[in-house]
Design a protein around this ligand. Structure first.
Ligand code: 6PG
Length: 225
């Protein structure tokens, strides 16, 4: 993984501060270059405090355009939705125009939700930054290790997931190819229960994370204490 930069942290506060700075640096550069910052958010527990810290960031919120890496097929305001977590922790507290927050309509179910989101993404070129996590079993976004990767090149931008081992089983995920159409990608991985999954990824043994690329390389922030 020559295009991967692995950063180890032994303190959660440093991990979060560095992730916060990484995102704001990317935002500043994109806004300077293009007047916009297209950011893809991950779900799970890891980014919650980071998201909350971004409420206080000094930035031009009107330039931020948000997407999601994946979503759980639950009712719109269910607290376990990735979009709900991001809204509560962060997005409800900053003036990003509502039309620039592109939530995956996963309440429609995996097939229809994926179909709608693929159509929304059709006009969207390269993302500026994609945030991702890693599950204990090695999944990223809602791409689980038992996926049929042979056919992945022909997948639409957003794909339906029917039987995820992490609940809920029904989800919508961006495809590896769509997640890889980005300038930068930052993985945020915390907890000792992720060690094996990280080792498998580094050893190159069939991890969904190894399908993800970024034009400027992939950064991986680890706090595995
Ligand atoms: C989800 C995610 C998922 C997550 C990892 C890590 O819907 O759960 O998008 O891919 O990022 O499972 O989750 P934790 O941060 O909770 O360990």
């Amino acid at each position: 993984h020559r295009d991967h930069r692995w950063h180890r942290f032994s303190c959660r506060a440093n991990f979060e501060r560095s992730a916060h700075d990484f995102i704001l640096d990317a935002a500043m550069r994109s806004i300077d270059d293009t007047g916009r910052f297209r950011l893809v958010l991950s779900g799970g527990r890891t980014p919650r405090r980071l998201y909350a810290s971004l409420r206080l960031a000094q930035t031009d919120w009107s330039a931020w355009v948000l997407y999601f890496s994946d979503e759980r097929c639950l009712p719109e305001n269910d607290p376990h939705r990735n979009s709900r977590m991001a809204a509560e922790a962060w997005l409800d507290h900053v003036p990003i125009p509502a039309g620039q927050i592109h939530v995956i309509p996963a309440e429609l179910g995996p097939e229809r939700g994926a179909d709608h989101y693929s159509r929304q993404l059709a006009g969207v070129d390269t993302f500026d930054l994609v945030l991702l996590g890693l599950g204990e079993d090695g999944h990223t976004a809602s791409l689980f290790p038992d996926g049929d990767w042979e056919s992945a090149a022909s997948w639409p931008d957003a794909i339906p997931v029917q039987d995820a081992p992490k609940p809920p089983p029904e989800r919508v995920s961006l495809s590896p190819a769509r997640l890889s159409r980005t300038r930068q990608c930052l993985f945020l991985i915390t907890g000792s229960d992720k060690r094996e999954a990280v080792d498998r990824w580094r050893a190159g043994t069939g991890s969904p994370a190894s399908r993800i690329r970024a034009n400027a390389g992939v950064d991986v922030f680890l706090d595995l204490e």
